[in-house]
Ligand binder design. Structure first.
Ligand SMILES: C[S@@+](CC[C@H](N)C(=O)[O-])C[C@H]1O[C@@H](n2cnc3c(N)ncnc32)[C@H](O)[C@@H]1O
Length: 221
């Protein structure tokens, strides 16, 4: 596959498995898993926001058997997630919760449950900035002090693209006219800090993506 900077570049129907299929998930799952193995050693319950096809959930959960992986997405994606989970069952992966970030009812229902980590891949550049703030808010409210919010995707740095392919990708995102855009790390970090989520680590990922790791301010008193 060419150096299309990352995911998001559309899902197709796989004739091989007859499941909704994301090639990007296949490409990025191993580097992401490698980071998650380090980061989630002590986690018991992870909320994934924007699970998409569900491919990440069925790959990560059985390889992180010490924790429970809770998927979520807008209802339109639930059939795909169920299908992947049926094809690749694992005891510790949970069927999707309805979480449309435009729905305050969904947010209230999801945030009623605590999690010790929140993971999201390739969502921050898809949803509008207002919904990025809501997504951060969900993470901030479900996490305890010390909990991790982990976000994978393409990001700009210091107001600039990190690659020509990301510049091209951003033009396509912005042409959608729904508020999609590659986000500045500095803007995400500043917004996260407003809700006590602090950037503590960054992993460089293939195809000009990054994994950002935020931690809810640990209790110090
Ligand atoms: C590019 S896909 C990424 C899917 C998957 N995480 C991956 O890495 O392949 C963007 C995801 O954002 C989700 N999304 C879009 N709008 C949303 C909203 N309003 N609320 C919650 N999720 C949303 C989509 O349903 C989709 O799963």
């Amino acid at each position: 596959m060419s150096d299309m900077p990352n995911a998001a570049r559309g899902n197709t129907i796989s004739t091989r498995a007859a499941l909704p299929f994301s090639q990007a998930c296949e490409n990025n799952r191993e580097p992401i898993l490698s980071a998650l193995r380090e980061l989630l050693t002590d986690s018991k319950c992870v909320l994934e926001i924007g699970s998409g096809t569900g491919q990440h959930s069925v790959y990560f959960a059985p390889r992180l058997p010490h924790l429970s992986w809770q998927t979520s997405d807008i209802p339109a994606n639930h059939a795909a997630i169920h299908a992947w989970q049926q094809q690749y069952p694992a005891d510790n992966v949970q069927p999707p919760l309805a979480l449309d970030l435009t729905s305050l009812d969904d947010i209230r229902a999801v945030t009623a449950q605590p999690y010790d980590a929140v993971f999201t891949a390739n969502t921050l550049h898809i949803v509008s900035w207002d919904l990025v703030l809501r997504l951060l808010g969900v993470a901030g409210s479900v996490l305890p002090a010390g909990g991790l919010f982990i976000a994978y995707g393409p990001f700009n740095e210091h107001g600039d693209y990190t690659s020509a392919s990301n510049r091209q990708f951003d033009a396509a995102l912005q042409a959608r006219g729904v508020g999609s855009a590659i986000r500045d790390i500095e803007a995400v970090t500043a917004a996260a800090e407003q809700i006590q989520l602090y950037l503590i680590d960054r992993y460089a990922m293939p195809a000009n993506n990054q994994l950002l790791v935020f931690q809810k301010q640990p209790d110090t008193l």
